[in-house]
Design a protein around this ligand. Structure first.
Ligand SMILES: [Zn+2]
Length: 72
């Protein structure tokens, strides 16, 4: 009779542990879906432009190359 109670308590404890693990997993999954990581936070709005004359990278705002002065 005592062993039956011990088995019942062990089964109850295991059930609580499994339930807690499932709840914890659901909580972490929901938190991940709630706050998705931003994609390319440091990506520039404009692609890098290169001078067709000298090949130097220039900023997208400038209309002329800062290295050779060619029109971009
Ligand atoms: Zn240039």
């Amino acid at each position: 009779m005592l062993s039956f109670f011990i088995a019942l308590i062990i089964a109850f404890v295991i059930g609580m542990l499994v339930r807690g693990a499932i709840r914890k997993g659901k909580k972490s999954s929901t938190s991940n879906t709630a706050t998705p990581p931003p994609q390319n936070p440091t990506a520039p709005s404009k692609p890098a432009a290169f001078c067709p004359q000298c090949g130097q990278p220039s900023s997208g705002d400038s209309a002329f190359c800062s290295s050779c002065g060619a029109k971009l």
